[in-house]
Design a protein around this ligand. Sequence first.
Ligand SMILES: [Mg+2]
Length: 154
Amino acid sequence: MLAVFDIDGVVADVRHRVHHLEPPKSWRAFFREAADDTLLAEGARLVTELATDHEVVWLTGRPEWLRRTTAEWLAGQGLPGTELHLRPERDYRPARQYKLDVLRRLASRGIAAFVDDDSDVIDTALAAGYPAVLADWLPRDPALRDAQDRLGRT
Ligand SMILES: [Mg+2]
């Protein structure tokens, strides 16, 4: 069974780079600084706990070009799991659609838990029958919410 985890706002503290989503918006700057995120203790604790009897899979709205940075960051933080799903190039669908799509592809392996900090993503996953849990330990910035929900970029 899989434990599927989002990254930003779940194990990675994005607050230091959210200002790049305010005008003048710079997506590249926002994502480029992902290597400097600090670890969120609550998320790290939960993923470590679930990793004892589940396979951890990462599901992020980060773009595919951030794969290496993201993989190195996860390993550097001592987090388990090496399977990493990132948003394909030019896929600008709302996060809830993109992530539901990936969950459907993973479903045959059994999904024991799916943890994300976006309540729309969680609602969509629950409605589709997945055991989704809202990560609520980091307050979501309005600029980030807009980016994820309306612009489909993270
Ligand atoms: Mg997130």
